[in-house]
Design a protein around this ligand. Sequence first.
Ligand SMILES: Cc1cc2nc3c(=O)[nH]c(=O)nc-3n(C[C@H](O)[C@H](O)[C@H](O)COP(=O)(O)O)c2cc1C
Length: 184
Amino acid sequence: MERVANVSDVLREMRKVRQARLYGPDAVPDDVVAELLEIARWTGSSRNTQPWHFIVVTDKEQLRQISEVRTPIHWVADAPLAIAIVLDGQSESSEAFDEGRVTERLLIAARLLGLGGGTAWFGDASQQARGKEILGIPAERTARSVVVIGTPTTTKDHRPNPAEPGRRPLAELVSYDRQGQVKG
Ligand SMILES: Cc1cc2nc3c(=O)[nH]c(=O)nc-3n(C[C@H](O)[C@H](O)[C@H](O)COP(=O)(O)O)c2cc1C
């Protein structure tokens, strides 16, 4: 497999992928949406089950209703587009993993395409049921989140109770050969 020509640019951008919650008013162009959906389609899944369906949401009223499912996702109301990830509901643990993989690919692809994105979780079972109701998703399917895409105006967490920014250092996160063992 060949090394990607502009690999240092790609890796630098991947490191900069952050959760965006505030977006400018521009719509996400159709060709960009198509590209993102192709990226999503080619995501690997457990036993290649591809247990997903994607709902592209641009309708302002739909976005507003989603934003009201849970206070920490109020910002969804002012975003130009969201992609709801609907899972078949056949295997809770593997579909949760698959959902994470497809979400992260969408966020990375959005960044590489000069946009940004963020994940917005519906919340507990009753909030998920409300999300499904808004989006016309059958009750037996799993729908936990939407991936929001747009042109970010900031990646600062503007919410009243923001998540702690930054990352723990690698020295705290990595061991070699056995947990707790430092590099010899
Ligand atoms: C499982 C999961 C659920 C999340 N749910 C929300 C959410 O409902 N609302 C929100 O604003 N951010 C949500 N986030 C985004 C996190 O707050 C964000 O990834 C974290 O604060 C790191 O942000 P950063 O990459 O910008 O540093 C969620 C992230 C994950 C992985």
